[in-house]
Structure formats: C-alpha cells, structure tokens
Design a protein around this ligand. Structure first.
Ligand code: 6R9
Length: 653
C-alpha cells in the first residue's frame, strides 16, 4: 500500500474520549492490557473461568503442532449448559433471554427458564432422530427463536451445526450440505422479509435432490409463515409435532474443550466455500470475554441487540454464544430495517429500551441515506454503546452513527474480526480507548496483531501493509473442514509463523490500526497501490453520495482503471456535472491518481448476507465479463439492474 495513499485516512483528526462516568464503571480497564501483556496465557486461563466446566482445564494452549492449536484441551464442558442452564441454576430463570420481534409485528419473550425447556426438548428430538455427538446438522432458518434453540440443541448433544444463511440459493445450500455431509436439516416453511413470507423449504427440497446429499435422513420443519409446503413422507417432520411432545428435561453431557461446535462456510473470492471449523472451550471463552469487555455488558440491566443474521458469524458469536454465555437479555428481530417503515429499528430500540446496539456499516449508511429525521422521531436515550462490524466504517458513517443514533454521547466501537477468528480481535474498549472515527485501533487484551510488509517485517508507525496475527488465540479456527492443507495454505503460508488475515491495514503515528479492506481488492493504478476503501470513503464524504463501491478494471494503459458504482442520496440525479463533481472531489481528497475513470449511479449494490460488497461481481461488470458465482448474493436481481445500466457507464476521459 503506498504511503501517499495511506496518508489520507490519517487526516481524520476527530477524537472522542470515554466519558468519566463510563470509564469509572467499565467492566474492563487499562489494567487488562498490562495483565495480558505480562502473561498472555495466564490471562486467557483466567478468562476461561468465566465458563462453568465439568472438568476444569489445567492446560491452556498446546501449540506443539502449529498451525493446529488446542486450547484448554484437558477441560470438559457443555456449551449449551453454559449458555442456558447455569443461569437458571443461578436463580436467573425469570430473566428474559430473547425478546423476539417478528417482521409482521408479532412478538414474544423467552426467559432463560423457558429457553432451557425448549433447548432440552429440541435436544431430545434430535436424539430421537438418531443424531449423535459428531453428526453434522444443517440449519437453514429465518431469524426466529427456534433457530437459536436449534443451534443450542445441537451444541447440547455435541452435534456440530452448519448454519446456512436463509437467503442462499438451493445450490449454495446443497454444496454446504455435501461438504459437511449433514445428517439432518432444520428449516422452516418460510420467514418474513420485506413484508412478505419468503419460502425456505422449497430450497431444501431442491438441494436434497442433488447427489451427495443422500445422508440427510430427516428434515425438521418449523411452521413460521403457514405457507403451503411440499412434503416428503418419512423424511420431513414438523417441529411442533416432534419437538413439542418431548420431555423438557435433558441431562447435558460434557465434551472435550476441543469438541467441534460448528462449521460455518465463508465464500472467499474464488473456489469452493471454506468450512471454517470452530470448537468449544476456547471459542466460548473468547466470545464471552469480548462480549463482556467490548460492550461493557451489565447483564442485569442492559438490553442488547445485534442486528446480524444468524447465518453470519456475527450471529453465531454475538447473538447466540457470547451474549447467552453472559446471561444477557437481547432483542432478536426477524426482518429488514425498513419494513414496514424506515424507522422500524429505532421503534424497536425505543420499545425494548435497547442499551447496546451492534450493526454493520452498510446498515448505518442506509439509515444515513433515509435521513436524520427518521431516528430523530424516536426515543433513543436508552442507548449507551454502539458497535460496528463487517467492513471498514468510513469516518462519515461513524460520526453520523455517534451523532444521530448515539445522541453525540454514546461511544462507538469498531470491531475487526473474521469468521476465522471466531471472536473480536481489534477494537477500542469503551471505557478506556480514546476513539478515532474509522479505526478499529488496538488488539484486544490477549491478542497480538500487527501490520507487516511483503517481507514479513513489521512496518513502522505511519505505514501500511498486511494485517497479521502473531500469536494463536482461543477462538481461532481449528482448520478448514476436511482440508487441513487448504487451512495451512490459505492462512499460514504467506508469512512464516503468522496468521495472514487477507486484509490490508495501516498503522498511524500512534500505532493504531486502520483497516483498508481485502488485499484482493487493492487496485494498482499507474504503479500506485490504491485501496478501494479509501476511494469509497472519499466518495461517501460527498453530500450527494450515500454508498459507493470501487473496483479496478484491467486497463492497457494504467494496469487498472478505477470504476466507481455509487448510490446517490435522495434528491441527487446522475449527469455529466455530477460525475465531474465527484471526480474532482476524489481528486481533492485523495489526489488526482485516485480519480475514478468511470462513475456509474446505481440503485443497489451487490452484497453478501453481512452487507459486504461483492466487488468481484462489479469487476466482472466493469470488465464486461460474464458474472461469476452469484449464489451468495442477498438479492441476485441487483446484478441484472446494474448490468442493464451499463451503456451509461461510458463517461470516460
Ligand atoms: C465478522 C465478520 C471478515 C472480513 C474481514 C474484513 C472485514 C470485518 C471489520 C472489517 C474493517 C471492521 N471486516 N469487520 N473490516 N473493519 N471492523 O465480518 O466476519 O464475514 O468472515 O468477514 O470482514 O475484511 O477480513 P466475515
């Protein structure tokens, strides 16, 4: 990454110190960094004591066979017991675990005692279906309480789940069922999205016609929408028939700390999806600790809400496992932020008195586009911590989030992590860190991360390169399911002994880390490395641009030419003038070299379930190629729309 380009983000000079009130009561203080620095493994061994073990571990890390780590290997525990039963045993059975808000407006709350009974029944049901410890269960569900129950029931009986995002196609589902060799699929007739019941079961039926899915013996179907559903006798079973008649008692078995907890597929840019494998004790330790530390969770008074889908790792770690291990009360919302109106989220914050909100930059930018007046109509004064995850958050969106959602008083924590890391790795701590808009800043206590150059040398402050993790951490992936070699090659071969995250990053003069997007997305223009993140950030700092996606298209003259796809704000309209204005704006903010060659206004951008822009597809468009794999798009019609706009794209120099 060229330093001339890197220097630009460093122009961000706004700083926000923690309030003295928050600093005084924070769960975690600066002392944690010192403690972890002095004795990293001792620090994690202490954090493991947040959990209830049936056999306490005496070992912390076994790194004798890198890159295959074992954490707390001689300990035994049951993950579901830790997330549910122990709270009931501690007298917290009446505490609400989940406030469920359905998109059509139905709602119900489940206490920890109720959740315990539901999880026990579901565990008994899976056992009756012949699911045994080690068998894989695919979960293809909407955002409803039964999804959480299903995941915990799998954990309880030691059957690793593989949650497949409900927006994925039958193809994507089939590939994941095949790769994990799943034995049971848990699904629903459908779920509500954008005001409509959207069917799920037909995709399961279709996926199960594909070769390699024959080992699926049963499909367990939750009735959510009541829509007409195809049925295969003997294979398909209604959840309400099977689960409801089970005993609500179930004795949890303790498993080894390294027992597989789940597989979650990440698409990556090329090739077949990677089944990221997570195990039990280390994973649960780090998700519980980070949820406690980064959100400063006070389980007796906070109402926490993570807007992610459970099909994304954020839903696994920060809806299911972290918050429930900590005994939190949380909101679970089924639908989209603008159904039936653009204030839906803020209405939910007001209704439940949400105190901690965790969402993605893409959602924040959508809310910015809809206008400040919408959140202003609701009482958001209960909020006290705001989190961001999924992409680099541009300073404009960060500041808007703090101001319009956080009333200019609530700290924003930008949390960097990955499916592979399992839990947060780089983030401010709300009671400690003076925050900088747009930066994830510092590795959490117990985490070692840095930025290196091509030769694996740590870069000096003020320079950029590749983000690496230099020591193993408890919630790290253990391997890629069925492919140890691919695990080594993808993450551990680029830099000897270091985990290569695949993200570009830079360190500022204070040593704080700024993420620059995936290394694959970095553009090469006339010999300069330019990060897509920075050009996008420059574009959205223009008042007429709501969202931007930038790609480098092959160009004979300049190696790559910068192509920008922009979503305009409400009243702005596309035209020669606006294109020129935006080009000039980027030239002013970043320098003439970063000026986009083409700018195309579009209505939507192609995104994954977690809101990440699929630049690969935009590159296909920009280079007039047939589109690559679109199965992980949230909405595949977006690409047709963009392609149909293409002739207008030729506003070239
Ligand atoms: C949790 C999650 C991982 C990739 C990661 C990076 C990007 C996530 C970020 C961020 C900048 C942040 N990413 N959080 N980039 N700042 N706070 O998103 O997991 O879906 O596996 O994606 O997302 O590029 O490498 P996953």
């Amino acid at each position: 990454m060229s330093n001339e380009s890197l220097a630009n983000l460093l122009k961000e000079e706004r700083r926000f110190a923690p309030s003295s009130e928050l600093a005084a009561q924070a769960n975690v203080t600066a002392e944690a960094y010192e403690r972890a620095e002095a004795d990293r493994l001792g620090f994690w061994a202490e954090q493991a004591r947040r959990l209830t073990w049936s056999t306490e571990p005496t070992e912390t890390l076994d790194w004798s066979n890198p890159p295959f780590a074992k954490w707390f290997a001689d300990g035994r525990l049951n993950v579901a017991y830790n997330c549910v039963d122990r709270h009931v045993e501690n007298g917290l059975g009446d505490r609400v675990a989940l406030h469920f808000e359905g998109e059509p407006g139905d709602s119900r709350s489940l206490t920890y005692a109720e959740l315990q009974r539901e999880v026990c029944k579901a565990a008994n049901a899976l056992t009756e279906l012949g699911v045994r410890a080690g068998d894989r269960v695919a979960v293809y569900m909407p955002m409803i309480p039964e999804t959480v129950v299903a995941m915990l029931a799998c954990a309880r009986i030691g059957a690793p789940h593989s949650v497949v995002f409900g927006g994925f196609s039958a193809d994507a589902l089939a590939t994941r069922i095949q790769d994990a060799d799943a034995r049971v699929v848990i699904t629903a007739d459908g779920g509500y999205r954008r005001g409509e019941p959207g069917a799920l079961k037909p995709a399961v039926d279709e996926a199960l016609t594909r070769p390699g899915t024959e080992n699926v013996r049963h499909v367990l179907v939750v009735r959510r929408t009541g829509q007409e559903t195809g049925w295969t006798e003997g294979r398909d079973i209604w959840w309400h028939e099977l689960v409801e008649r089970q005993s609500d008692r179930h004795t949890p078995e303790a498993f080894e700390a390294e027992h597989p907890l789940f597989i979650l597929y990440t698409s990556g840019t090329t090739g077949k999806p990677k089944g990221i494998l997570h195990t039990s004790g280390g994973y649960l330790t780090q998700v519980a600790y980070t949820h406690h530390a980064v959100f400063d969770l006070k389980p007796e008074s906070d109402v926490y809400w993570c807007t992610a889908d459970v099909g994304w790792v954020t839903g696994h770690s920060y809806i299911v496992y972290g918050p429930l291990a900590n005994g939190a009360t949380q909101v679970l919302y089924e639908g989209t932020p603008n159904t039936p109106h653009q204030g839906r989220w803020w209405e939910i914050v007001q209704k439940y008195g949400v105190t901690i909100l965790y969402t993605a930059p893409t959602a924040i930018r959508a809310c910015m586009k809809w206008g400040d007046d919408i959140p202003a109509k609701y009482d958001l004064s209960s909020l006290r911590i705001l989190g961001s995850v999924g992409e680099p958050i541009n300073p404009e969106a960060w500041v808007w989030y703090r101001k319009h959602i956080g009333g200019d008083r609530v700290p924003v924590v930008d949390t960097w992590w990955q499916t592979e890391t399992g839990a947060m790795m780089i983030s401010p701590l709300p009671g400690v860190t003076e925050t900088k808009p747009g930066s994830a800043q510092v590795p959490l206590p117990g985490i070692r991360a840095t930025v290196v150059d091509d030769d694996a040398n740590e870069v000096p402050h003020g320079s950029g390169g590749y983000l690496v993790l230099t020591e193993p951490w408890p919630s790290m992936l253990r391997t890629i399911w069925g492919d140890d070699q691919r695990y080594r090659d993808t993450y551990w071969s680029r830099f000897e002994g270091k985990y290569f995250a695949g993200d570009g990053a830079k360190k500022d003069e204070d040593g704080d880390i700024w993420l620059l997007g995936r290394v694959d997305d970095v553009m090469l223009v006339s010999g300069h490395n330019i990060s897509t993140t920075e050009v996008e950030s420059a574009l959205v700092s223009h008042p007429k641009v709501a969202e931007a996606a930038v790609v480098g298209a092959t160009d004979a003259q300049t190696t790559q030419a910068i192509c920008a796809f922009v979503i305009l704000r409400g009243t702005a309209t596309e035209g020669e003038d606006l294109t020129e204005e935006l080009r000039a704006h980027v030239a002013r903010t970043l320098g003439p070299i970063a000026k986009p060659r083409r700018i195309l206004a579009v209505a939507e951008l192609p995104k994954t379930r977690s809101g990440k822009i699929m630049r690969r597809l935009l590159r296909d468009v920009a280079e007039n190629r047939t589109l690559g794999d679109v199965t992980t798009l949230t909405d595949s019609s977006v690409m047709d729309l963009i392609q149909s706009r293409l002739p207008a794209a030729s506003s070239e120099d």
